[in-house]
Design a protein around this ligand. Structure first.
Ligand code: SF4
Length: 211
């Protein structure tokens, strides 16, 4: 008589999977998704609006994203598949809410996207680059390291400027994360796709000097 078929992974028919063998697939609490946006960074982007922010900037445009846990839970694997299934995307933006409150699952997603390749990964936060370096959690630093661009700083109503590109107030900066980390100071991107024509960020057109 033939011997019974064996489980290909552990050789024991019917044996349970070893504990911890399931792929790590954390959950992001999501406020909304724009699968083909052109307003939150250059190119065609997948924008993930995450739920939750405790900063309460006066004049915030997305107050519905403040309550923690009030969004829809989505697995990182599902978000990853939705992004990579669109060959036209050039970038992914994490907005909110404040992505730094869900840094662990977002770092996981950003790292998977980096490993896949082909995306400019942008993270908005109401914190600052300097603040994250000083007091960021390991997960927040992991998310920062997985990003290409950090748009940092809270929205400040008194510094609101409709002419700015991709952000609401002139205190917010569009930082090149690789260079900022290598120099350990905030370094603006010089990528024209991000800054061309911006009254603060574009040195050739500035009506104000950069802070
Ligand atoms: S950090 Fe962003 S989402 Fe949070 S209150 Fe400020 S503007 Fe709104």
């Amino acid at each position: 008589m033939d011997s019974p078929a064996r489980n290909a992974t552990n050789g024991c028919e019917g044996a349970p999977e070893p504990i911890g063998s399931a792929p790590f697939d954390p959950v992001v609490n999501v406020a909304g998704i724009d699968e083909d946006a052109i307003a939150d960074g250059p190119g065609l982007r997948f924008v993930l609006f995450v739920q939750g922010c405790a900063r309460n900037c006066p004049g915030c445009h997305n107050p519905q994203t403040h309550a923690f846990g009030a969004g829809t839970d989505m697995h990182v694997s599902e978000l990853f598949q939705r992004i990579v299934s669109n060959p036209l995307l050039t970038g992914v933006t994490f907005s909110g809410g404040d992505p730094m409150y869900q840094a662990a699952p977002l770092a996981e997603l950003a790292e998977r996207l980096r490993a896949h390749g082909g995306y400019d990964i942008t993270v908005f936060t109401g914190d600052t680059f300097e603040g994250l370096l000083r007091r960021g959690t390991p997960d927040q630093l992991r998310l920062l390291k997985a990003a290409d661009i950090l748009i940092d700083g809270p929205f400040v109503q008194a510094q609101r400027d409709r002419l700015l590109r991709f952000r609401g107030s002139s205190n917010q900066r569009i930082l090149d994360v690789r260079r900022s980390l290598s120099e350990m100071r905030p370094v603006w991107t010089i990528d024209p796709e991000w800054i061309e024509g911006d009254p603060v960020a574009d040195p050739s057109r500035s009506r104000r000097t950069r802070p």
